[in-house]
Design a protein around this ligand. Structure first.
Ligand code: ADP
Ligand code: MG
Length: 224
């Protein structure tokens, strides 16, 4: 489903490469934890999969598509097939909870009637349907992240990428977000989550596989 082959990525020649000869393979339906200390490259890995950051060399294949072959004007369409959740939420402040999901669907098409049903059902699944009329400023951090999860999942993506999704949350809200990630996973979504919240991650019931960027020598991060 996802292959990273012999990836090299350097931002600053003086600092040396963040990835050098990095390989990883993710099967469809896996739940992957990407761990490692701050600066180890977790966000870089997520951003390369989103085609926000280009590797210097190597190949990234997602669902049969070689990312270097995706033209600039096709990148938005590529990203719409992937769900993403960030630490800092990134909701649209001027839209209600419902509106934040509607915006996503309006870009991807579909009938209004169908939209309403899809929005309501994903908000329900994430446990935030009663908040649909609120604006982001009227939500707690945990509630915001649940809305982000709903927004990420509304198009039934094959892959959900989560970059430190619990980084701004208290332990109880973090546990809830992990539970929602497990729900998404159980529904067949491949989940790739960067986190340093290992205490909460240890309580995951889902079988997950860990890719630890700290275990790899800086000059050669290898996995399979
Ligand atoms: N846009 C950038 N420009 C220059 N250096 C960057 C940039 N993004 C990340 N880095 C550097 O790359 C390394 C990996 O960063 P990052 O992927 O954000 O790690 P993590 O998410 O694990 O904390 C760090 O040394 C960081 O300073
Ligand atoms: Mg990061």
């Amino acid at each position: 489903m996802i292959d990273l082959i012999n990836i090299r990525k350097t931002y600053d020649e003086n600092e040396g490469p963040v990835f050098d000869g990095f390989n990883a393979h993710v099967e469809r339906g896996e739940f992957i934890l990407v761990t490692g200390k701050s600066g180890s490259g977790k966000s870089t890995l997520i951003r390369m999969l989103l085609k926000e950051v280009e590797p210097d060399s190597g190949s990234i294949v997602v669902d049969g598509r070689e990312l270097s072959g995706i033209a600039k004007n096709q990148i938005p369409a590529y990203r719409r097939g992937i769900g993403v959740v960030f630490q800092d939420f990134r909701l649209f402040d001027d839209y209600t909870v419902y509106g934040n999901l509607e915006v996503v669907l309006s870009v991807t098409g579909g009938s209004m009637r169908d939209s309403e049903q899809r929005i309501t059902s994903i908000l329900k699944l994430m446990g935030v349907d009663r908040l649909h009329k609120r604006y982001p400023r009227e939500l707690s951090g945990g509630e915001k992240q649940k809305v982000c999860m709903a927004r990420a999942l509304i198009n039934s993506p094959l892959v959900l990428l989560a970059d430190e999704p619990t980084g701004n949350l208290d332990p109880a809200s973090s546990a809830e977000i992990f539970r929602l990630l497990e729900i998404a996973h159980r529904q067949g979504t491949t989940v790739i989550m960067a986190t340093h919240d290992l205490a909460t991650a240890d309580r995951l019931k889902t079988t997950c596989r860990r890719i630890d960027l700290d275990l790899m020598p800086k000059s050669a991060k290898h996995f399979c």
